[in-house]
Design a protein around this ligand. Structure first.
Ligand SMILES: NC(=O)c1ccc[n+]([C@@H]2O[C@H](COP(=O)([O-])OP(=O)(O)OC[C@H]3O[C@@H](n4cnc5c(N)ncnc54)[C@H](OP(=O)(O)O)[C@@H]3O)[C@@H](O)[C@H]2O)c1
Length: 219
C-alpha cells in the first residue's frame, strides 16, 4: 500500500477572501514577502497542483524560486485538465516536464501536441466537476510523492475541500478589500448544514510583510 499523501492548500487572498477582481485581474494581491513564502512552500513540497483555469488565466511557471533563485530540487508540477485545454505553448511547459491529468474524452491530437511540448498526459476518472482528485492523489503516491501543494483557483480549491483531502491551509491575507464581485477563494461546497462544514484549527499566525499568514490544520 502507498504511503498517504499530505495535502496543503495555499490561498492568497484579500481580507474578504477574494482571489481576483471580476475581470480576472489578480496580480498581485499579496505582497513580495508572501510571494516569497509561497516559493519556499513550493520548494518544501513534492508536487504543486493547479487547475487549467489558472493556467489559462495566469500562464504561471509554477517553479520554486525562493529568494528569487531556482530551488535545487523542483516540485513536480501538475494540472487538472479534463479536456486538455492547456496550450502546448504555455509557460509551464517551458520549464521542463509537467503532468496533465485528463478524462477519457480527449482528442489524440491534443495528447500528441502536449506530449511533444514536454507534458506527461495521464488519464484518470473524470466526472461533471472534473478529474477525480482522490485518484490523482493515489497516482502521486504511486510515484513516491508524499506532499502536494494545491495552488489553484476557487474551483480546484473547493474540489479538494469537498473531497476532504486537505490537511493544512496556508492562508496569506492582504490588507485590501475586493468585494462580493471579486472571485471567491473557494467555489461552492454544496453544504446543507453547518454541522457538515469542514473544520480547521489555527496553529500559527504571523505577519508576512504587510500581509497576515495563517496556518490551519484539519480539525
Ligand atoms: N490567489 C491565489 O491563491 C490564486 C491561485 C491560483 C489561481 N488564482 C486565480 O484563480 C482564477 C481561476 O480560477 P478557476 O477556478 O477557474 O481555476 P482553477 O481552480 O485553477 O481551475 C479550474 C478548472 O480546472 C479543471 N478541473 C479539472 N478537474 C477539476 C476538479 N476535480 N475540480 C475543479 N476543477 C477541475 C476545470 O476545467 P475543465 O473542466 O476544463 O477540466 C476547472 O474549470 C484566476 O483568476 C487566477 O488568477 C488565484
Amino acid at each position: 500500500m502507498n504511503a498517504p499523501v499530505r495535502v496543503t492548500l495555499k490561498l492568497a487572498t484579500s481580507l474578504d477572501a477574494r482571489i481576483a477582481l471580476a475581470s480576472g485581474e489578480s496580480k498581485w494581491i499579496t505582497g513580495p514577502e508572501a510571494r516569497d513564502a509561497v516559493h519556499h512552500l513550493r520548494a518544501d513540497h513534492d508536487v504543486v497542483l493547479t487547475g487549467v483555469g489558472t493556467i489559462l488565466a495566469d500562464d504561471p511557471l509554477m517553479t520554486a524560486r525562493p529568494g528569487g533563485e531556482p530551488a535545487a530540487r523542483q516540485p513536480l508540477r501538475a494540472v487538472l485538465d479534463t479536456h486538455l485545454r492547456t496550450p502546448p505553448g504555455c509557460a509551464l511547459l517551458t520549464q521542463g516536464p509537467a503532468v496533465l491529468f485528463h478524462g477519457d474524452d480527449v482528442p489524440a491530437s491534443a495528447v500528441k501536441a502536449l506530449e511533444a511540448a514536454g507534458a506527461r498526459c495521464v488519464e484518470r476518472r473524470a466526472g461533471p466537476s472534473g478529474v477525480d482528485i482522490v485518484e490523482v492523489l493515489e497516482w502521486f503516491a504511486s510515484e513516491s510523492s508524499s506532499s502536494v501543494l494545491v495552488e489553484a483557483g476557487g474551483r480546484v480549491a473547493a474540489s479538494a475541500i469537498r473531497a476532504r483531502v486537505v490537511d493544512r491551509i496556508e492562508w496569506f491575507r492582504a490588507p485590501v478589500l475586493l468585494g462580493g464581485d471579486g472571485l471567491p477563494a473557494m467555489a461552492a461546497l454544496g453544504l446543507e448544514t453547518l454541522g457538515a462544514a469542514p473544520m480547521f484549527r489555527r496553529t500559527d499566525t504571523s505577519a508576512c510583510g504587510a500581509d497576515i499568514r495563517e496556518t490551519w490544520e484539519r480539525a
